[in-house]
Ligand binder design. Structure first.
Ligand code: 5AD
Length: 359
């Protein structure tokens, strides 16, 4: 069995496009020992292509307003009991200042998908961050028009996160009434065309998902050559239509993460907050199975509980006083180091252009 695992891993690693059967075989590994073979392989690929560093990203969840119907998400319009907020420009800038002070050089501005949000307002926020701080700006605010994406890019945004959630068109469309898989793909293409570093990702544990559809997610990540990919478990939220469903299997998340590392080689992969919500041990295992990015939460405490995507969110914080020493000790315990650099994409422009042909 171990030989079969190693042979399959080598095939998946060396293939231009890994075979579905090889991926499903590895996604189905069950015992600790078998999974360790996969995780160690992914760890070596991470070491070779990304090095020892753990990159830091500071996230500010600046608004929880959302008009989308996603039946798994606590921010969707199904959740009428949620009190909605949007931070002001000054609140955002103060928070960026805090994060910059902690030596973090990437800010992620995230919100629900709010058609009422004025694109010019966000462009102004982006310009103000640009004028004051030297750092990368990542946006994660959903599907918008090409013009809006262009306006934010011109204002100074560098990166954009838009998860596909699942690369299966039928599962995607059944989970997102009124939304559309093709539109999602078009947004991802537009972002790439405009020169954003693009992040994507999926959720593990969606209704209708199988190891074969997860294999296709991984093939999709490879084909699109994303700069960043976030993989997290579904966690049921009682105020949503999927509140009674089973949570995603965190070990399957780890196997998906490990395979995504082996297949995509140098994409930036976080050990996600959703995975950490199953316990610190799982967060650490993510870093031993291919992850190289840590998200730190800087959403102001006054609104944090209202960014209620799923229950029991386990954020990693830095507090003003102690902060970095405990972070360094933690990284050291994993035989890693904290990397304070800006953490741009490791994909070369040439690979990205070549891969556009497949889109
Ligand atoms: N459990 C885990 N992750 C979720 N997300 C939304 N709802 C849930 C949930 N119940 C993730 C999705 C989405 C991001 C905003 O949060 O991947 O893209």
């Amino acid at each position: 069995m171990n030989k079969q695992i190693t042979d399959t891993l080598n095939r998946v690693h060396n293939a231009l496009m890994p075979k579905t059967a090889d991926l499903t075989f590895l996604l189905s590994l069950k015992t600790k020992e078998e999974q360790q073979i996969l995780f160690r392989f992914a760890d070596q690929v991470r070491q070779k292509h990304c090095g020892k560093g753990i990159l830091l990203r500071g996230i500010i969840e600046f608004s929880n307003r959302c008009a989308n119907p996603c039946p798994y998400c606590g921010l969707s319009f199904h959740n009428h009991s949620l009190s909605r907020y949007q931070l002001s420009k000054n609140e955002i800038l103060d928070t960026v200042d805090r994060l910059h002070h902690q030596k973090i050089r990437t800010v992620i501005l995230q919100s629900g998908e709010d058609p009422q949000m004025d694109p010019d307002w966000l462009a102004d926020v982006i310009r103000s961050i640009r004028a004051r701080f030297e750092m990368a700006i990542t946006l994660s605010v959903g599907e918008k028009s090409l013009e809006t994406y262009r306006c934010w890019k011109k204002a100074g945004a560098d990166r954009y996160l838009l998860k596909i959630e699942t690369a299966s068109r039928s599962i995607y469309d059944s989970l997102h009434p009124g939304m559309n898989f093709s539109k999602r793909i078009l947004c991802l293409k537009n972002l790439t065309k405009l020169g954003y570093q693009v992040g994507c990702g999926n959720m593990i544990g969606l209704i209708g998902q199988t190891t074969a559809t997860i294999a296709r997610d991984i093939q999709f990540f490879k084909k699109m050559d994303f700069d960043m990919i976030a993989i997290g478990p579904f966690i049921p939220h009682s105020k949503t239509p999927h509140g009674q469903e089973k949570p995603g299997d965190p070990e399957l998340v780890l196997r998906t993460l490990a395979l995504t590392r082996i297949v995509t080689k140098n994409s930036h992969l976080p050990s996600t907050t959703a995975l950490a919500s199953f316990g610190n041990d799982l967060k650490n295992q993510g870093f031993l199975a291919g992850a190289n990015v840590l998200m730190l939460n800087f959403t102001p405490p006054s609104v944090l509980k209202d960014y209620d995507i799923y229950p029991g969110r386990k954020y990693t914080y830095l507090d003003e006083n102690d902060s970095s020493s405990s972070l360094h000790a933690w990284a050291d315990s994993l035989n890693r180091i904290i990397d304070y650099s800006i953490g741009n994409s490791l994909k070369s422009a040439t690979t990205q252009t070549v891969n556009q042909q497949y889109i």
